[in-house]
Design a binder for this molecule. Structure first.
Ligand code: GLA
Length: 404
């Protein structure tokens, strides 16, 4: 609007009217739990639901080779995880030679990828899966074993597209203090210009608040530093990510980092909370364990169709922490079909009762729901007023409520 063309009283009137309209809309949406900032989306058609797949970093940092990747792709299919939606097989740092070739191209490390990336991508595609690769928006990657793409954005995007790459995780090390918006936007445009749909996953660690600007740049953006395989790290990532909930939606997601489920340093109940929270928060479900040798508990967690369905719900609204009483928490968010997802969690060290009253999760107290327990696979019909559960230390319950 050109303010100079309005007289001051008229301008103020217009301003008041516009703000009042916007405010009432926002309030209405807040009641429904649907408040979202306006978003301009990256126009690559990807990430309509959070991405699902695997990445080597959490279990095999810096230890890539084509045998591991091929076997992981095989396991993704043979375990049935691919059929549940896990589709990306992603390579992290250390896949390339330290130096570019004489034409300035990135070169796969010949010792660990002797067949080259095009052949590897072909193999992964032949399994019905997609392949992701790693790059860095600076001069050198974080592990310092391969070049970054700063100043080579178009060339590297073209290289990735020519190999058949479907996904780029783009890290932020050795960036010389330059603007992340500029660096990430440059690669985003370069990827689009290749004409190949390449999922763009920003790994900027949340430093420049990417939730506020990355919706038009990428399909997901890290909101945190690196997760570690322990309860304190995992739960702190969930909390940090929660602050940005209103910015997530179809096409662009907050990323509290990849899953540690199955890596062995947390209990099954810790991992159940981890997977429940990531699913409720519409976080990327990127597995980080050795899926070639998962134990039954790990498989049971990551293959729970009903929990995955919450993550992949078409409404794409990130569930949030809605109640905290000391260590006892309720997380919740709306799903399609007037349903509601709820996680009850005990972060404390002793057994306790956790309650979510309908008013805590934004529901009218008179409405009666059927409550599906997603981990027990059982339904309680005609539930009124509240959900409650007695939970051991670090235990959680996850439900979907459907109007009765
Ligand atoms: C950074 C990223 C990690 C991982 C490593 C690889 O720390 O945040 O996710 O990619 O680099 O070196």
């Amino acid at each position: 609007m050109d303010h100079s063309s309005l007289s001051l009283p008229l301008f103020l009137l217009v301003l008041v009217a516009v703000s009042a309209g916007a405010a009432s809309g926002i309030n209405q949406n807040r009641k429904l739990g649907k408040s979202r900032p306006r978003r301009d989306l990256l126009d690559n058609g990807l990430g309509r639901t959070p991405q699902m797949g695997w990445n080597n970093y959490n279990h095999f940092p810096g230890k890539l080779n084509e045998k591991l990747i091929g076997q992981t792709a095989n396991a993704m299919v043979s375990t049935g995880l691919a059929a549940l939606g896990y589709e990306y097989i992603n390579l992290d740092d250390c896949w390339a030679e330290l130096n570019r070739d004489s034409q300035g191209n990135l070169v796969p490390n010949a010792t660990i990828f002797p067949s080259g990336m095009k052949a590897l991508a072909g193999y992964i595609h032949s399994k019905g899966l997609k392949i992701g690769i790693y790059g860095d928006a600076g001069t050198l990657t974080c592990a310092r074993t391969m070049p970054g793409s700063l100043g080579y954005e178009e060339q590297d995007a073209n290289t990735f597209a020519s190999w058949g790459i479907d996904y780029l995780k783009y890290d932020n090390c050795h960036n010389n203090g330059t603007s992340p918006q500029e660096r990430y936007t440059k690669m985003s445009k370069a990827l689009l210009a290749t004409g190949r749909p390449i999922f763009f996953s920003l790994c900027e660690w949340g430093q420049a608040y990417p939730a506020t600007w990355a919706g038009s740049v990428g399909n997901s953006w890290r909101t945190t530093g690196d997760i570690k395989d322990n309860w304190g790290s995992m739960i702190s990532k969930a909390d940090q990510n929660d602050a940005w909930a209103s910015y997530a939606g179809p096409g662009g997601w907050n990323d509290p980092d990849m899953l540690e489920v199955g890596n062995g340093n947390m209990s099954t109940e810790d991992y159940r909370c981890h997977f429940s929270l990531w699913s409720l928060a519409k976080a990327p479900l990127i597995l980080g364990c050795d899926i070639r040798s998962m134990d039954n508990d790990t498989f049971e967690l990551v293959s729970n169709k009903e929990v995955i369905a919450v993550n992949q719900d078409e409404l794409g609204i990130q569930g949030k922490k809605v109640k905290k009483t000391g260590d006892l928490e309720v997380w919740s968010g709306p799903l399609s079909g007037n349903r509601v997802a709820v996680v009850l969690m005990n972060r404390g060290l002793s057994t306790a009762n956790v309650t979510a009253e309908w008013s805590d999760i934004g529901l009218n107290s008179s409405v009666i729901f059927d409550a599906r327990d997603l981990w027990e696979h059982s339904t309680t019909t005609s539930v009124q007023n509240q959900l409650d559960a007695t939970l051991d230390s670090h235990a959680c319950k996850m439900y979907v409520l459907t109007p009765h």
